[in-house]
Design a protein. Structure first.
Length: 240
């Protein structure tokens, strides 16, 4: 009987010691590191976390993740502990895909304006021209698919605009005076943008001359209709 009491007492003492150790100030969060925040102001992240001064690092992180996901510019969050005092916040932001002509509000891939400081947008974005609010949302969704499927060619898009009820157009700056006018159907998927990438790669391999322009029509299923315009002044590429 005495041995049982000894074992039980040891367990209780051990549990109390662990509880006291876990509650000790040594384990409190003293440092927050934020990664991947380009558009989200760090003070917004800290405010969303709302960490009390005595918050231990070992407490569950799920409530903190839920708070950060409510930020309008945050698409995904991962929190990591770095013992003994540091909480790492890794953000995946909602990336802007276009500017609206005459406005400074960048549009997200769902066509909704992002509450981001325009000065923090690091790269040039396509400008949506001649589009109504409904058309802007539609074009932004198309550009979002393009950006996800082929970021390299999307990054060269200078402007986009609606054209016909079932098609839209985009102009790419390909360097050395080369330009590409793309005619795309609404609902274009990754296969369309892979096709465009293949066409441009082939034209470069064949010696696409500086100052020349391509017109690439992607409306036809599984095909691309291509025309090359040599010694092309700006605006010489026919749309129709």
């Amino acid at each position: 009987m005495s041995r049982r009491w000894l074992v039980a007492g040891s367990v209780v003492v051990g549990a109390l010691a662990l509880t006291a150790l876990a509650a000790a100030p040594w384990w409190r969060i003293r440092r927050v590191e934020i990664w991947g925040a380009q558009l989200v102001p760090p003070h917004d992240v800290v405010a969303a976390l709302a960490l009390p001064p005595d918050r231990p690092l070992w407490w569950p992180l799920t409530p903190l993740v839920d708070r950060l996901r409510r930020l309008p510019l945050v698409e995904g969050v991962e929190l990591r502990r770095r013992w003994p005092h540091t909480l790492e916040v890794h953000l995946r932001e909602r990336r802007p895909v276009a500017w609206t002509e005459g406005q400074w509000a960048p549009l997200g891939p769902d066509g909704v304006p992002l509450p981001a400081d325009p000065r923090l947008v690091a790269r040039p974005l396509p400008i949506l021209r001649g589009a109504s609010p409904v058309e802007r949302r539609r074009l932004a969704r198309e550009l979002g698919v393009w950006a996800a499927a082929d970021p390299e060619s999307w990054a060269r898009v200078v402007e986009a605009r609606p054209w016909r009820p079932r098609a839209w157009i985009a102009m790419l700056d390909d360097g050395d005076g080369r330009r590409t006018l793309v005619v795309a159907p609404y609902g274009a998927g990754p296969s369309h943008w892979r096709r465009l990438r293949w066409v441009q790669t082939e034209e470069r391999r064949r010696g696409w001359p500086p100052g020349a322009a391509l017109r690439v029509d992607l409306r036809w299923r599984g095909q691309a209709v291509v025309r090359l315009f040599v010694h092309c002044e700006r605006g010489c590429v026919p749309i129709s």
